[in-house]
Design a binder for this molecule. Structure first.
Ligand code: ADP
Ligand code: MG
Length: 383
């Protein structure tokens, strides 16, 4: 996606991620991220690539699906340890109290399980997964980011096909740093001295092998997701060469780049290229042009934004904000909304009116006006 600043590239990416839902991986990153850590640049790219590739694994396992009624832990204070955990479980067919191993307690904490949630516990590994909130609680709050699920129907003990959505990076991380109580690997980890492990290329190759075998056997299904690299012109030649190669691998996600650059140098070289992207990579892309919004669109977006932030803005103010957006930038106009609402409240109003906007737009400058002012008053500043 190529277009001037403020033409909605990042907003489009957010929209895509919402549309994909939680089952398809979406990994957003900003080009400059590759320089911000102590890790090699290509390592950052590789990790994000693997975050954007999903695997849907189907397994049949003995599980106990439940809705904990109450948990009673023997946590106690300092120095004491948990000897066991008691959970009250409920399905449509009945209730049951289970006395469980303390490792389950850690898993319950990690999954932030509370009374009224539907969870399952995997019989052989003791892994706990939170499925969602029981729909009996669905009317608790008006607005929630919860997924409501019905109370489990069968017996408290039952077999169930579990579908797990993981990314390749999850698999890398799980195998590099086995964590408490989830599988045999971790048991070994607990017995051995804790060692510093990290994700290596060798580990990734091994994981790829297993993944490919799972896919061949029909146990797992590949879910290619989306890797979104914003401000892609921040990447340098080394990164671009790496991307060129990675895009050809069979385990590759869909990659979206966004840039607001015209013809400029590829970072770190004196080679000039459209969008700051080397031509051989550019050659493989389809380019979507994003264009500046017109006033009507900007007013629509401002109204949306006000709505999301629960602000009441009258039409006259919206139109005036539209003018500001056109003169300065859409982003600047959006940023004036919340100070304007504070001014309105201070004056005892719930509704933002044009005067409030005028007041705050006199207080806050946008980048362009500030630069103009600097030029006009150059002699007053130290340079
Ligand atoms: N379609 C849209 N719906 C809602 N808000 C939008 C939309 N397009 C742009 N915006 C808002 O306009 C501003 C600029 O858009 P942005 O996506 O950041 O531009 P770009 O990434 O192209 O520089 C942001 O505050 C963004 O939230
Ligand atoms: Mg952007």
């Amino acid at each position: 996606m190529a277009g001037p600043p403020g033409s909605g590239k990042t907003a489009l990416a957010l929209g895509i991620s919402q549309e994909l839902g939680s089952k398809v991986p979406f990994c957003p990153m900003v080009g400059s991220e590759v320089y911000s850590s102590e890790v090699k640049k290509t390592e950052v790219l590789m990790e994000n690539f693997r975050r954007a590739i999903g695997l849907r694994i189907k397994e049949n396992k003995e599980v106990t699906e439940l809705s904990p009624e109450e948990t009673e832990s023997m946590t106690g204070g300092y120095g004491k340890s948990i000897s066991h955990v008691i959970i009250g479980l409920k399905t449509v067919k009945g209730t049951k109290q289970l006395k469980l191993d303390p490792t389950i307690y850690d898993a319950l904490i990690k999954e932030k399980v509370a009374v009224g949630d539907v969870i399952y516990i995997e019989g052989n590994s003791g892994a706990v997964k939170r499925v969602g909130r029981s729909d009996a609680y669905a009317t608790e709050f008006d607005l929630e980011a919860e997924e409501y699920v019905p109370l489990p129907k069968g017996e408290v003990h039952k077999k169930k096909e579990i579908v797990q959505d993981v990314t390749l990076h999850d698999l890398d991380a799980a195998n590099a740093r086995p964590q408490g109580g989830q599988d045999i690997l971790s048991l070994m980890g607990q017995m051995m001295k804790p060692r510093k492990t990290e994700i290596t290329d060798k580990l990734r190759q091994e994981i790829n092998k297993v993944v490919n075998r799972y896919i061949d056997e029909g146990v797992a299904e590949l879910v290619p997701g989306v890797l979104f690299i914003d401000e892609v012109h921040m990447l340098d030649m080394e990164c671009f060469s790496y991307l060129n190669r990675a895009l050809e691998s069979s385990l590759s996600p869909i990659v979206i780049f966004a840039t607001n650059r015209g013809i400029c140098n590829v970072r770190g070289t004196d080679m000039s290229s459209p969008h700051g992207i080397p031509v051989d990579l550019l050659d493989r892309l389809v380019i979507i042009r994003t264009q500046n919004y017109d006033v009507a669109d900007m007013i629509k977006i401002l109204a949306l934004r006000a709505n999301v932030e629960d602000l009441v803005v009258d039409d006259e103010s919206l139109a005036y904000l539209g003018v500001i957006a056109q003169r300065a930038s859409l982003r600047h106009a959006v940023q004036l909304l919340s100070p304007a609402s504070i001014v309105a409240k201070t004056n005892g109003r719930d509704r933002i009116c044009k005067g409030d906007i005028e007041e705050v737009s006199a207080l806050y400058l946008d980048a362009k006006s500030s630069a103009r002012l600097l030029q006009e008053q150059q002699e007053k500043y130290i340079s």
